[in-house]
Design a protein around this ligand. Structure first.
Ligand code: AMP
Ligand code: MG
Length: 438
């Protein structure tokens, strides 16, 4: 089944979460291909390592050196040649001829019956191929050690030249979302800067006559525009440029103007509000003029209504790129759930990332959870540990789509899949953590 955004099937029936994700990934793929075809040199930037965190690597990093650059010891201990192990005696005695430190190699020879005291990271002398760790040895006297043959096998506790990375072979692959360990790895190779994809420009706007900016008085029936701040917080974790288009009133002229303005500059436009039944009608009409956007009913909770598609390049935009559009539901928790489920991965994919899905884990539900089959539910919860040390989850109170408190207290979503029904206490459930570790 092909899901072009305006396919009538999507308008009339509820769309499975996975189908929605697939349709989004397909469109993003097309946009990435179109963008590549433009061959714009400004799409790649060179940044120093301290600026590279959370950027996406544009080309493979080839190692300029072998790592390690020479054979060295993996342990503090004594280096010797494994020929010394060719004896029928269960115990071996070797005389110590010197010491090798990291950064201070031993220059002399080590012959049969001899060994060298060696520190972790010190160069292995050419005459030695094995290290017996210090803790398996006893000293006979100052210059003689003894150990049991069966404590070590030939070649053990030695790191070989190029064992970790070989010169001119890829060390970090294009498409990597750069994490602290990648920056450390680049630095260990002597690389001070990296080629990364340019930052995406993401415009956000909040739509609704009832919305007030912080600092304005709240008149009857109005509410503060909180989505702007949760969305900005989510986007800031992705290291991109945010264009804040403010609050837009529920009238076609203002909305059209705001969408056009955003499409002029942004790679992606994320709006919240104005896509639910009743409100969607005039948004739909504008979208038909500006691009190809579908209005989806997704079988999920929270976050059922959502618009998705692309806006045509606005005249004068250079390069003439389309703008990816996400019309998220207005409810504050639905915004965060739909962002996590659909937008985050699409932004990473559009920016060239290879791995776009956050990892799931599992935990035991402390209490029963009510769930209707036929839709995917995202429930806010706290991941902890039970008395037996096993991971457990407990929901953070009321799960209404507008209740931010239970979102703020939570540290994870419990994900209840389309076909799942009620969950019994003690049952394992899928969990997505809000925060990553590295
Ligand atoms: P809508 O999707 O426009 O029908 O909005 C659904 C609910 O979310 C309504 O109660 C809106 O008042 C609320 N809402 C919409 N936009 C925002 C926003 N930016 N900040 C906080 N609440 C909002
Ligand atoms: Mg509204």
């Amino acid at each position: 089944m092909k899901h072009s955004p305006n396919s009538p099937i999507l308008l009339s029936s509820s769309l499975h979460v996975d189908e929605a994700r697939k349709a989004i990934a397909q469109m993003v793929n097309e946009l990435v291909a179109e963008s590549k075809a433009l061959n714009n040199p400004a799409d790649i930037e060179t940044v120093s390592l301290d600026q590279a965190i959370n950027r996406i690597l544009a080309a493979d990093v080839l190692s300029p050196i072998d790592v390690p650059s020479a054979d060295n010891s993996a342990m503090d201990g004594f280096a010797f040649h494994s020929q010394c192990l060719d004896t029928s005696s269960p115990e071996i005695e070797l005389s110590v001829v010197g010491t090798a430190f990291a950064g201070k190699p031993y220059e002399g020879k080590v012959v049969a019956g001899q060994c060298l005291k060696i520190m972790t990271g010190a160069l292995m002398p050419p005459d030695c191929d094995t290290v017996i760790p210090q803790e398996f040895t006893e000293s006979v006297d100052n210059l003689q050690i003894r150990f049991k043959q069966n404590q070590v096998r030939p070649g053990e506790n030695r790191r070989l030249r190029g064992e970790d990375l070989q010169k001119d072979k890829p060390a970090i692959l294009a498409g990597r979302l750069l994490r602290p360990s990648d920056l450390g790895l680049a630095a260990s190779l002597g690389i001070a800067s990296l080629n990364v994809n340019r930052k995406l420009k993401v415009a956000i706007l909040s739509s609704g006559d009832e919305l007030r900016a912080l600092g304005q008085p709240l008149d009857s029936g109005s509410i503060y525009d909180s989505n702007r701040y949760s969305l900005t917080g989510l986007l800031n974790r992705l290291n991109l440029d945010i264009i804040d288009c403010g609050i837009v009133r529920d009238d076609p002229t203002s909305l059209k103007e705001a969408f056009c303005q955003a499409a002029k500059e942004a790679d992606v436009l994320i709006s919240s509000g104005g896509v639910s039944v009743g409100e969607a009608d005039f948004t739909k009409q504008i979208m038909q003029e500006l691009g190809d956007v579908g209005f989806w009913k997704i079988a999920m909770r929270p976050g059922r209504p959502m618009a998705f598609g692309m806006l045509k390049p606005v005249p004068g935009k250079s390069p003439a790129r389309k703008t990816l559009f996400f019309g998220l539901p207005g409810n504050p928790v639905a915004v965060m759930v739909t962002f996590y489920q659909f937008v985050r991965g699409a932004l990473l994919q559009l920016n060239g990332a290879k791995q776009t899905e956050p990892a799931l884990t599992q935990a035991i539900s402390e209490l029963p959870i009510r769930k209707k089959p036929g839709r995917t539910e995202f429930q806010r919860a706290i991941l902890g540990r039970g008395p037996d040390g096993k991971p457990t989850v407990k929901l953070t109170g009321s799960q209404g789509a507008g209740i931010l408190r239970s979102m703020s207290e939570a540290n994870c979503f419990v994900i209840l899949h389309q076909d799942q029904g009620n969950i019994a206490a003690g049952e394992w459930v899928d969990v997505a953590l809000f925060d990553g570790l590295l």
